[in-house]
Design a protein around this ligand. Structure first.
Ligand code: NAD
Length: 483
């Protein structure tokens, strides 16, 4: 309380370049997950506020689209510089409302800022093409134009990076946006709005509308004809609802949804590397990542050794308040998150899983759950099918690689998979067989602003990051030219 980081987030909603209170005047509380205490308030945007933001974005859109790509690029580059200058305070702000360890928050700020830098560089590369039609009679010209007004809906787990991963390419492409951040973490989004305003983004190009009534507010925007795109990051459950909502006006959608990442350790894996990779794949962001390894499949010949070493490393992690520099794992974001992890662990244990470390929800204040490793998890356990979103590693033993790939693919999700093997050709064959949009091959982290991030199956539609991320905010226009 009273932390100077809170001053980074201006009070109010950012609409048309001005900070204003919600039309209905309401606010909602923001909690510190390490104490469960209220640390701040955010204005509670309603439908009239959201539609005012759409109006502002619609008005500002054509001017921004017509702004020279180089100028748009330089504005994004200034946003990168400002975000980097404010990194320490911004990281603290993330910890205050999300709970994650300060080191994770610093990593997030660097990752988040990099989307502004990468898309500053991409803004001048929305290239088209010109070819001769196969019949020879005319030319086929293809150019790219901004989609238009975009509604961006983001989750609480990476409150900065999930916003910049959308705003960066949208602004580079020449779109204007309304950002609706998660209600657990509105302050970071407001701080990013302030950075963009300070970087010189014109009024109305970026609007930020936190709301506690996400359903009706987002629905109203998706039914406004001026809105042309929805980019959503969040759960598959809410993603399905929004795809239905977007269908009414055939709004262009990009969906970054849930994951259930398998982590395969083959018989020839380098175990030092595999354990180190597992710690990152599982524990980056305290396990609260869509990319988090959710199920570990271990070849029988390495299973005991890997399990022992993983349990040791997990058991050594320092759990505590995120702002304490010694903390390696902070609290989870809220009480329901802890209850869900606790229930999944209890269910697995009831079905015969063995606790190698952790597994007991602590008493006391704050929303903590200890790093946990479960061995002998039966195939029917819910923990293997559902997103855990917490610091728990369930282990399963396999005998044959094809069996492991089949188990890995036996899910409606398909975001990311991890494979450890010393045989690169084998690793590439397994990578091709895994049904996921991304694979970490001998690597526990895949996220990179320069790479196309996204899932297959029910993990989503579209890609964020890389050059593909820019294309998600552009429409192709084909001109048949005769000369
Ligand atoms: P969530 O789906 O509950 O919420 C995401 C956003 O949608 C929030 O802003 C929320 O306020 C809003 N929302 C909730 N209900 C809504 C509704 N009916 N209509 C409109 N908006 C609504 O997800 P969360 O709990 O904030 O985040 C965790 C989820 O996000 C996990 O499933 C995780 O895998 C996923 N995620 C995916 C990626 C990815 O890139 N694929 C990245 C981060 C998180």
């Amino acid at each position: 309380m009273g932390d100077e980081a809170l001053a980074l987030a201006p009070g109010g909603l950012l609409i048309d370049g001005r900070w204003r209170s919600a039309e209905a005047g309401g606010t909602f509380d923001v909690h510190d997950p390490s104490t469960a205490e209220v640390v701040g308030q955010a204005a509670d945007g309603g439908i009239p506020d959201a539609l005012a933001a759409v109006e502002a974005a619609d008005r500002a859109g054509p001017g921004w689209a017509a702004t020279a790509p180089r100028k748009r690029a330089e504005t994004l580059r200034r946003a990168f510089t400002l975000m980097t200058e404010r990194a320490d305070l911004l990281a603290r702000l993330i910890v205050i409302e999300n709970g994650k360890a300060l080191r994770d928050a610093h990593a997030e700020v660097a990752y988040a800022a990099e989307f502004f830098r990468w898309y500053a560089e991409e803004a001048v590369r929305a290239e088209g093409s010109l070819t001769t039609a196969p019949g020879g009679g005319n030319r086929i010209m293809v150019l790219h134009q901004p989609v238009g007004v975009c509604v961006l809906v983001t989750p609480w787990n990476f409150p900065a990076a999930m916003a910049t991963r959308k705003i960066g390419p949208a602004l580079a492409a020449g779109c204007s946006v309304v950002l609706k951040p998660a209600s657990d973490t509105p302050l970071t989004a407001l701080a990013i709005g302030a950075i963009l305003a300070d970087a010189g983004v014109p009024a109305g190009v970026v609007n930020v509308v936190p709301s506690r009534r996400s359903g009706p507010v987002v629905s109203a925007m998706l039914h406004d004809r001026r809105v042309r795109k929805l980019s959503f990051t969040g759960s598959t459950e809410v993603g399905r609802v929004l795809l239905r909502e977007a269908a009414d006006q055939v709004v262009n959608t990009s969906m970054e949804l849930g994951g259930n990442a398998p982590f395969l350790v083959l018989d020839d894996a380098d175990l030092d590397a595999a354990v180190a990779g597992a710690m990152v794949a599982k524990m980056r962001n305290g396990g609260e990542a869509c990319t988090a390894a959710n199920r570990f499949y271990l070849h029988r010949s390495v299973a005991d050794e890997f399990s022992r070493r993983l349990a040791e490393a997990m058991g050594r992690l320092v759990v505590g308040p995120g702002l304490d520099p010694a903390t390696e794992v902070g609290p989870l974001v809220n009480e329901p998150a802890v209850a869900k992890v606790d229930e999944l662990v209890a269910g697995a244990v009831d079905q015969g899983a063995r606790v190698l470390t952790g597994g007991l929800r602590p008493r006391g204040r704050g929303w903590y759950y200890p790093p946990t490793v479960l061995a002998d998890v039966p195939p029917s356990a819910a923990i293997l099918a559902e997103e855990i979103f917490g610091p728990v590693a369930p282990l399963v033993v396999f005998d044959d690689v094809d069996e492991a790939v089949a188990l890995a693919n036996d899910t409606e999700y398909g975001l990311v998979s991890y494979v450890y093997t010393r045989d690169l050709a084998r690793g590439l064959r397994v990578s091709e067989a895994l049904e996921s949009g991304m694979v970490g091959l001998n690597r526990g982290v895949v996220s990179d602003p320069a790479a196309p991030f996204g899932g297959v199956k029910q993990s989503g539609l579209g890609r964020e990051g890389g050059h593909d991320g820019l294309l998600d905010y552009l429409e192709s226009k084909y001109i048949a030219v005769q000369w």
